[in-house]
Design a protein around this ligand. Structure first.
Ligand code: ADP
Length: 863
């Protein structure tokens, strides 16, 4: 056992709750008081150049961050468990802890230890949590929301804000726990605040199944300064919900959050609604398999030049619109941009210089910005006049301010290559402030003077390699090499300060005098630069609302120019939005599959006119059934975010909701079987869908026994057909269902064909009217390189089944359709043979009896 192990053993025994506080050192008492108020956080306690953690926090942090666990004397017999991280590198450690689901409270020294007698004051300056981060490590292309649920028993208020951009939204929801979970997961919230009244089962599901960080508390903000966020709303349920979330955000961030915008009421009726499963299944913002943005719809459409544009695009894809006027407005502008492609190029070039204004506004308000952020702001503002002029030439209908006055101040004030920190100087340009210029003159004049001293002293003493140098401990000194040190005479007035191996260092009264001036001036410069910087920040802060308005316009323009570029490159067309419930997508493609596929993509028509609500799609595996369905939904979504669509022509109504049951569900952790989840999703779709919805069901019912599945599938189809009348695409291997075309007026069969030649199968990916009954499953299996023997065996088995299939198909029909007389008779005979076999016991039969029995059966079969 090493000494380290012994320490670990000794220190880890001690718990904070069992400590005799009367014996603790004053600093540890201070720590305990702070920790008492923040039990749910790991405390990063600033001690000199380190952030230290104590007790359980230290044990957790040492394990999670792989830090050495040591101990600290705190007045007790045993040492208190402790570990720490250097203050300049704390950010990455906090990142790791936050990602692992912890909250971290940063405790700073609030007084300068050099000038304070006794113990310095310390307190929490900020609590860092998953949902309230505003640092640079956030993904610039996605929002980071913190949300709450406020349970009013009869309904629930949900609000959410991105503290880095200031966006604030709120909505009211009625519904079961399941629906609430669906809504929370749809938004992808990672941190939630809930009130005490909330159902703990709901909390549990969100915590354990979806890994959401949850804090339970009831406090409401009544901070006058932030009332503006909700004062335009009358509904007390909404204001309560907003105040609940606001309390938490203000309490954790502790700084100035005036960049938070007035909260916007979200109305689900104004968006094309779909849940998280659909978002995943259609691979809208990430792929299912690798959860990567690459190869998602977002990836394809994102030719944005700014982070704001990319974020806005993601928001739009997640919540498309239902407002025809707004969609047409977007199409018009895309069209205009595509015609004026030279202006579009100029616009793209100008947007290149626009940084993340939205998050910069957040940092200006909160105060965690540096001079480089100010430069980014300046460069962004400098690009605005060009953008404004281009938008005017394009007759764009929204105005954009250019804030030239702010750009001018920044141009005059902020140094072009400033350091990251604000306490090193080099922030402010010459000529901006007289006092600063004066101090700089003194400082540099004195430096020149030092060079003069070096020259003069060389001449006076004749010591050729004499140098004037500087270090932090001794300040300015005269250095003489060992070989020449005897040349130093008393009359020069040199005082020896330091002897090194190869030189001696001296000071003189004149040198010290100059040093005082220089160092005094330098300190003053640094302080003054800091103050000037803060003043500039205050000026800029007055323009935060304007900057946010500019960001909004830039985000939209950037997204639309991206749509225009992609539409040109990928040959998308303007959709025609019509009132009738009729969908006509000619030569439609799946835009991402088309982009990625090395072979040529086969386009297909999707035609569901007024009299067709359901397309029943049959076809072998791998033929392209689910791609066909997906491309329909993707086209609808693209049209409803205001983008052009991957078709030769497109006529469609505006949809209100999309439901999909395609591929695997992401609900694997819920403990329910795939079939159960499938049925729940089917239920969700049929209970929520309306006439204006789009439903995609891919092989629904396959998760159970054939007859079960087929019966359910048929019943669901009938239900949709008669009661819901939503546009529905339903793929199936149950060929028997294609007979429904005769029964259900609004159902049409289509199929995706394949050709078989010399035992090889080619998928044509072409969708045609009518149905097909071959599945080619074994061909697909052989394409997947299953062992040859196994493939052969399955062919043999299939052969057997196919010979028996008369019986099977007949049985199936019994349950679904009326049989003709001959079929009924045949079934009865087959059943009789079965009954006879069941009735005998071969062990009790003589060979002769057995032979007779066989003969009898054969006769029966022949009949
Ligand atoms: P199914 O649902 O019928 O089993 P998929 O829709 O999953 O088939 O398609 C299988 C593969 O075929 C896809 O991964 C894609 O590469 C290719 N594919 C599908 N549709 C097309 C098409 N229209 N043109 C070209 N390739 C396609």
């Amino acid at each position: 056992m090493s000494i380290f192990d012994i320490i670990v053993l000794v220190v880890t025994k001690m718990k904070r709750s069992t400590v005799d506080r009367s014996k603790l050192s004053p600093m540890m008492v201070q720590y305990m008081n702070i920790k008492d108020k923040h039990e749910d956080c790991l405390i990063f306690f600033r001690l000199g150049d380190f952030y230290e953690m104590f007790f359980d926090d230290a044990i957790i942090a040492s394990r999670e961050l792989e830090l050495t666990l040591t101990g600290k004397n705190a007045g007790l017999e045993e040492r208190v468990p402790m570990c720490g991280v250097p203050h300049h590198a704390y950010a990455s450690y906090i990142d790791t802890l936050i990602e692992k689901g912890y909250k971290v409270a940063i405790v700073e020294q609030l007084e300068d230890p050099k000038t304070t007698k006794g113990m310095v004051k310390r307190d929490v300056i900020q609590i860092v949590t998953k949902g309230t981060r505003i640092d640079n490590s956030l993904d610039s292309k996605a929002n980071n929301y913190i949300a709450n649920i406020y349970d009013f028993d009869y309904c629930k208020g949900i609000s959410y804000t991105d503290v880095s951009t200031g966006e604030f939204y709120t909505e009211l929801l009625e519904g079961t726990n399941e629906e609430i979970v669906r809504e929370i997961v749809r938004h992808g919230f990672r941190e939630l605040i809930v009130n005490e009244r909330i159902d703990r089962e709901l909390v549990n599901t969100l915590r354990t199944t979806y890994g959401i960080l949850i804090t339970i508390m009831d406090d409401l903000s009544d901070d006058e300064e932030y009332k503006y966020i909700y004062e335009n709303i009358d509904d007390i349920r909404i204001t309560t919900t907003v105040r609940h979330l606001l309390y938490y955000v203000l309490d954790t961030k502790k700084g100035d959050l005036h960049h938070l915008k007035r909260c916007e009421l979200v109305k689900n009726s104004k968006i094309l609604f779909f849940d998280n499963n659909t978002k995943r299944n259609l691979e809208l913002v990430e792929t299912i398999r690798s959860r990567d943005r690459q190869y998602s719809l977002l990836w394809l459409l994102d030719k944005c030049k700014t982070a704001m544009g990319s974020r806005y695009l993601k928001q739009q894809i997640e919540s498309p619109l239902t407002d025809k006027k707004e969609l047409e407005r977007r199409y018009d502008f895309i069209e205009k941009l595509s015609c004026e492609f030279i202006l579009r190029d100029d616009l793209r070039t100008a947007l290149n210089d626009v940084y993340d204004l939205e998050r910069l506004a957040g940092r200006i308000s909160y105060g965690n910005l540096n001079a480089r952020d100010m430069l980014q702001l300046k460069r962004s503002l400098n690009a605005l006049p060009t953008i404004k002029s281009i938008l005017e030439q394009l007759n764009y209908d929204k105005k954009i301010e250019t804030l030239e006055e702010v750009a001018n101040i920044l141009e005059k004030s902020i140094y072009e290559d400033p350091p990251l920190t604000l306490k090193e100087g080099s922030l402010i340009k010459d000529g901006y402030n007289d006092e600063l210029d004066e101090l700089r003159k003194i400082s540099s004049g004195s430096k020149d003077f030092l060079l003069d001293i070096e020259r003069q002293e060389k001449e006076r003493t004749g010591i050729k390699n004499l140098k004037v140098g500087f270090n932090k401990v001794f300040g300015y000194y005269i250095e003489v090499s060992k070989g020449q040190k005897d040349l130093v005479k008393d009359e020069y007035g040199y005082e020896r300060r330091q002897t090194l191996a190869n030189c001696e260092r001296f000071i003189t009264p004149l040198l010290k005098e100059k040093e005082n001036i220089i160092l005094g001036a330098e300190e003053k410069i640094i302080n003054l630069e800091y103050k000037l910087f803060m003043d500039i920040r205050e000026i800029v802060k007055r323009y935060i609302t304007n900057i946010q308005e500019i960001s909004k316009v830039v985000s939209e323009v950037d997204m639309l120019q991206s749509f225009s570029v992609v539409s040109d490159e990928e040959k998308f067309v303007r959709p025609k939005l019509i009132k009738e419930k009729s969908l006509k997508l000619i030569d439609c493609r799946h835009p991402v599959v088309e982009k990625v596929l090395s072979d040529k993509y086969v386009s297909n028509d999707i035609i569901m006119d007024k009299s067709t609500d359901i397309l029943l799609i049959t076809g072998p595996n791998m033929a392209g059934k689910s791609t066909y369905m997906r491309q329909t939904a993707i086209t609808v979504i693209m049209a409803q975010i205001g983008c052009f669509v991957p078709c030769k022509s497109c006529e469609m109504p505006i949809f209100d909701k999309i439901f999909t049951r395609i591929g695997a569900s992401d609900d694997l952790v819920s403990g329910e079987s795939t079939f159960m989840i499938e049925m729940k999703e089917a239920n969700y779709a049929i209970s929520e869908a309306t006439e204006s919805s789009l439903i995609l069901f891919d092989e629904l019912g396959r998760g159970t026994a054939t007859y079960d599945g087929m019966s359910l599938a048929q019943a669901i189809l009938e239900y949709i057909h008669d009661k819901i009348k939503a546009k529905t695409m339903f793929s199936t291997h149950y060929h028997e269902l294609t007979g429904l075309e005769k029964e259900l007026k609004h159902l049409k069969n289509v199929h995706v064909s394949a050709v078989e030649e010399d035992g090889k199968i080619t998928f044509l990916h072409k969708v045609k009217a009518g149905s097909i009954d071959k599945s080619y499953g074994i061909h697909v299996a052989s394409l997947a390189h299953l062992p040859k023997d196994l493939i052969k065996r399955s062919k043999d088995i299939l052969d057997v089944y196919e010979h028996k299939s008369v019986k099977q198909e007949t049985f199936m029909q019994t349950s679904l359709f009326e049989l003709n007389e001959a079929e009924v008779e045949h079934v009865e005979q087959v059943n009789e043979v079965e009954e006879k076999i069941k009735a005998i016991n071969p062990l009790e039969m003589s060979p002769m009896d057995a032979l007779n029995f066989l003969y009898e059966l054969k006769k029966k079969m022949k009949e």
